[in-house]
Design a protein around this ligand. Structure first.
Ligand code: S3P
Ligand code: PEP
Length: 409
């Protein structure tokens, strides 16, 4: 699907949008509900990634295809490793077969898991013969993806003696690890995270619990970007959110004050209001704890004619696409003065945005959604716009609520 996007003519925006549940919280909750009886989930994400996760968890044999879903790939690897009598092959999209999984497989093998590579060593597809895992201590590198760690932590309470994890090196995407432990807390599963050591106690059963998934903060980022580029006085309300979020991307509320956007918290809502033009010319953010909002922030700064220096982006090269390369290519098309390394991105403030550019999306939902707010400044085309369904299938429909003209070509 190819779209032509035009921003609203009325630049002072007002809208209320209900955003689907966090895919990260959903995929953790779905796994925990498969491990324990008595868990109910509310506001589950309607994303492709949550759908493939739910379907995957039900499989007892054969091939489980999780398409582009990194969390499903990593979390199901841990899950099936401990499922005695279930033998599966876990695979995904072409890109998924390029996203590394060796660190997790090595750690699970250390615990006694039976996993083999179907094709290339270190990458999906993998064959898993589920069995009872007996060891309860393992160490693994923590600087590549936190999803390996979350996978082990989700498996941990179902192991006979629980699990002690030693994290080696600089820990990346820390809030996602804390999100996993936060959900274990909600189920009354004892755990601790001190320094580089995480401990999870075993738990045979949990009390009946309803896990209420908060709406997705990464999805909220696109509205932050839109409000930042809108007229002063514009206000968009999003639901259902809370102040004490498990999601690290809630740091948006603080970061976007640099772009003149203030956040106020209601009972289940956040209201984003453009209160002032940005006071700075260039922002410097370390996004190691919030990698999924890097694309949004890069596009916001360019759209506002500002500069940015974003660091902590070392994980971006192994996501849905090499996001640093993709940002470089697509922002350059608009005339941005941008440079990237393998872990940072810099934009020099510039005047002028090229019109009617067609952006490519590289099978990456966030490329499509991060560039959409730029239509506030100039009309543009989005190629393969259906990619948004990975995390936010209703995105284009919701943009229409803001009076964006979304034309399917
Ligand atoms: O655990 C999670 O739900 C996620 C962890 C992050 O990945 P990395 O830890 O690989 O950075 C993030 O980018 C991804 O979208 C979701
Ligand atoms: C990186 C992402 O997802 P995953 O790693 O789960 O595919 C994302 O949603 O930005």
């Amino acid at each position: 699907m190819r779209l032509h996007l035009t921003g609203p003519t009325e630049k002072e925006l007002r809208a209320h949008i209900k955003i689907t549940g966090s895919k990260s919280e959903s995929n953790r909750s779905l796994l925990l509900a498969a491990l324990y009886k008595g868990i109910t989930i509310e506001n589950t994400s309607n994303s492709d990634d949550a759908k493939v996760m739910a379907q995957g968890l039900k499989k007892t044999s054969g091939t489980v295809d999780i398409h582009h879903a990194g969390t499903a790939m990593r979390f199901l690897t841990g899950y099936f490793s401990g499922q005695e009598g279930r033998n599966v092959i876990l695979t995904g999209s072409k890109r998924m077969t390029e996203r590394p999984i060796k660190i997790l497989v090595d750690a699970l093998r250390e615990l006694g898991a039976d996993i083999s590579y179907e094709k290339e060593e270190g990458y999906p597809p993998i064959k898993i013969k589920g069995k009872a895992l007996i060891k309860d201590r393992v160490s693994l590198p923590a600087n590549v993806s936190s999803q390996y760690i979350s996978s082990l932590l989700l498996l941990a309470p179902s192991l006979k003696s629980g699990l002690e994890l030693e994290l080696v090196g600089k820990i990346t995407s820390v809030p996602y690890i804390k999100m996993t432990l936060g959900l274990l807390d909600e189920l009354g599963i004892p755990n601790s995270f001190e320094g580089n050591l995480i401990k999870v106690s075993p738990k045979a059963s949990v009390s009946p619990t309803t896990l209420v998934v908060e709406s997705d903060w990464s999805s909220a980022s696109y509205y932050y970007s839109i409000v930042a580029m809108a007229a002063i006085g514009s206000e968009i309300t999003l639901s259902a959110y809370k102040k004490d979020s498990l999601q690290g991307d809630s740091v948006l509320a603080e970061l976007y004050t640099h772009f003149g956007v203030e956040t106020s918290f209601g009972e289940h809502t956040i209201s984003l209001k453009k209160v002032t033009e940005p006071k700075e010319n260039t922002v410097t953010f370390d996004l190691a704890n919030a990698p999924d909002i890097a694309q949004t922030i890069a596009v916001t700064t360019f759209g506002l004619g500002m500069g940015c220096h974003l660091t902590g982006l070392h994980t971006l090269k192994i996501k849905e696409t090499d996001r640093l390369e993709a940002l470089f290519t697509e922002l350059s098309k608009f005339g941005a003065d941008i440079s990237v390394t393998d872990k940072s991105l810099t934009i020099i403030p510039s005047k002028g945005i090229k019109e009617e550019v067609a952006i490519d999306t590289y099978n990456d939902h966030r490329m499509a959604m991060a560039f959409a707010p730029l239509a506030m400044k100039t009309p543009l085309f989005v190629n393969d716009a259906g990619v948004v369904s990975k995390s936010y299938p209703d995105f284009w429909e919701d943009l229409k609520e803001l009076q964006f003209k979304v034309m399917e070509l």
